[in-house]
Structure formats: C-alpha cells, structure tokens
Design a protein around this ligand. Sequence first.
Ligand code: FES
Length: 265
Amino acid sequence: MLDIQAMVLFNRRVARDTYLMGLEVPEIIQTSRPGQFIMLGVGDGQDPLLRRPFSICGRHGEDGLLVLYRVVGRGTALLSRAPAGRRLDCLGPLGNGFRLPRPGTILLAVGGGMGAAPLLFLLQSLAQHQTAELMLGFRTSTEILPSSELPHLPEGAAIATDDGSRGRHGLVTQLLAERLQRHTAPDEDFVICACGPRPMLQEVAALANDRRIPCQVSLEAHMACGVGACQGCAVAADPGMGRPYLHVCREGPVFEAEAVLWGSL
Ligand code: FES
C-alpha cells in the first residue's frame, strides 16, 4: 500500500452523471488486483478533508489506472472538475480483490450501476482463453456505459434497465436467473462474481446458493479511513465465520457470498 500523488490524465463524462478518470500512478496499478480500491483525495489540499473510496476499473496503458464514478455529492462533483495534469492524493491498492476463476470455468460477472467498475478490471485481467459473460443493470438507458468510452467493456454485455428503456426490462438479477435456467450442459462449470447494491447482491448470492455455484461479491460501504481504523465499514458476518463483523475495507471488499449475513444488511 502506497500513499502517493497521482496525476490526472483525463477526466470525462461517459454517461449521465458518470465519469471516467485516468490516473498516472504506476506504483499502484502495477501491484493492483481486480476488486481492490484506492482512497482518492477529491479536491485541492485538505478540502474536502476525507478521501473517497473508488474501485479500480482497469489499467490504462502501462502506468495508468482507471476510475469510474458517479457524481452523487460535493466530493464527486469536485472530482468531476479536476483537469488533466492535476495531482491528487492516492492511497492504495487497498483491500482484497477477486480470486481469478480457474481455467475451464465460465465467469458470470454481474454488476449493478457503478458495480460494473471492478468487474471490468476483472475481465481485463482474465487469460485470453477464459470464458466470461457480463450482465449489467442500470436504472435507465442514459446511465448505460458505452463501450466506445470503455475499451475493455465487451460489446456483447447483456443489459437490463429498471424502466425498460434499453435491454431487458427489469433487474440484472433476472438476467442472471434466466442465464442459469438456460444452462443445461452438465459440463458447464460456473463461477459468479458480482458488485452492486446490497439487495442485488443478496439476490445474486441466493441464486448462486440454490445452484451450488461459487460466488464472490464485492460490497459497497461507507468508508472513512479505508484501512481498518474507523470501524465505519463493518457488516455482519455469517455465524459460520466465528466473529460478528467483517470490515469491508480490510477483509473485503470482495467476500465469498456465504461469509456475509445477508438478512442483517
Ligand atoms: Fe475505516 Fe473500514 S473504512 S475501518
């Protein structure tokens, strides 16, 4: 883990309220794994004081790191105005990422909204012969990530929108359920990796559990410190874990789905 300055390479709007930022930070991207995150200073100096956590969305060239974010408040609004050349405080890589699927398995990557970000890094990191299918859910068509802006977003991704304005009308979990229903070949061996809102992850975990499919989930949480010091990111653990809480920043953000006590979230 390093605490260094990253230089903004570009920072552009790619969908409604959604931005893609490239950061030159070779020391961090070269040791990052899919599912890990950074804590990024979003303004000049100490304003605002706290850094914000962002999943690493992928590599950009040799030395660049991609961050995909939605403007949801003052901090991310400030970030959206950071010009190329600005230097931002960057702490990372943090947390535990996805275990890469073993050869021969079919990765079903399921993302809701900004939950696409770590999954895109995961897909970018797969070996060329690895089979993967991406399913993404958005509230409406204007929030859909365009593959023209994200070179590592596969064009064949299955899309669902809450309002039916594009793709499947409904939730991304319905896409997953339908995909699993179509699965009849006994030699298909799946692994599921998912990131998104908690209700979505709970449904993904339930579908995976019904089918006895290994499932890793990347949890989103409020994070003040990102390094296990503030307790602000604790979520209840399944009783089988032998302890009451899991810290999303330090032990996650990626967990085996059965590690989480879903009913308490
Ligand atoms: Fe502070 Fe996890 S964010 S303990």
